[in-house]
Design a protein around this ligand. Structure first.
Ligand code: MN
Length: 248
């Protein structure tokens, strides 16, 4: 199985090489990742300028673009053959609840899904220095299962791994997206030339405590696996709105 690994933390993220080694038993594994940190770039596609690719090794490339650019380039010509699986991560930080809409990690997996390639997004829930060996081994296990069971059209898996000694990880839970409590703040300052600038900040994420969610699973020490759908349609509202009687 030909595997494409990308991320949004950039080509220098330590998790990339560890994950690449862990997935080698499945077949050729190529890394195509942004040349710098592109976290929170969501599903951005670069259309206003050309993209440059830097070949670091036969199976490692960096791109001066977004995670989505990386998947598009890899799947449509950079690689001799299209990948059969996209693995995005392992992100250094959580991607749970509504945050998946900001996530470059999740968006790269979504792009894989849109290209018709099964895709996983994987995140380790810490920003502290971390060991990616055991998490990568879990990703390999999940890849084996995906190979066995396949994945439905338009779906992807969003995995969040708790940060604790691996022997203390309590198990795996299949979850739904949780609800985040946003505590964003805006810092306003004056630059050396007297102009105002803003910096979007915020405290570490906090979620509503709800059984069955990604956040709850991770907090309880479980690995969270959330199946996601690209179809964002809200079907209940669709039916209700048919009765609104809107007319041109
Ligand atoms: Mn990131």
């Amino acid at each position: 199985m030909r595997i494409l690994i990308t991320n949004d933390d950039g080509i220098h993220a330590p998790a990339l090489r560890v994950l690449q080694e862990a997935l080698r038993p499945f077949g050729p594994v190529v890394v195509v990742a942004p040349d710098r940190d592109q976290s929170a770039t969501s599903h951005a596609l670069t259309l206003q300028r050309p993209l440059r690719v830097n070949r670091i090794a036969d199976d490692i490339y960096s791109v001066d673009g977004t995670p989505t650019d990386c998947v598009v380039i890899a799947a449509n010509g950079l690689l001799p053959e299209r990948p059969e699986l996209v693995v995005s991560g392992i992100n250094h930080g959580p991607n749970m609840g509504e945050d998946v809409t900001y996530s470059g990690t999740v968006a790269a997996a979504m792009e894989g899904t849109m290209q018709g390639v099964p895709a996983l997004a994987v995140s380790l829930v810490t920003r502290a220095p971390a060991d990616f060996v055991e998490p990568s081994r879990f990703v390999a296990q999940l890849v084996r299962k995906v190979q066995e069971h396949g994945m439905g059209r338009g779906t992807l898996l969003n995995v969040n791994l708790p940060h604790r000694p691996w022997s203390d990880v309590r198990g795996v839970r299949i979850t739904r997206l949780g609800t985040r409590i946003y505590r964003d703040s805006l810092v306003e300052k004056i630059d050396p030339r007297g102009k105002t600038y803003y910096w979007i900040g915020g405290l570490e994420p906090v979620w509503v405590r709800e059984e069955g969610t990604d956040f709850h699973a991770v907090e309880e020490g479980y690995i969270s696996v959330t199946p996601l759908s690209l179809d964002l349609t809200h079907y209940k509202t669709l039916v209700e709105m048919e009765a609104w009687g809107l007319a041109p």
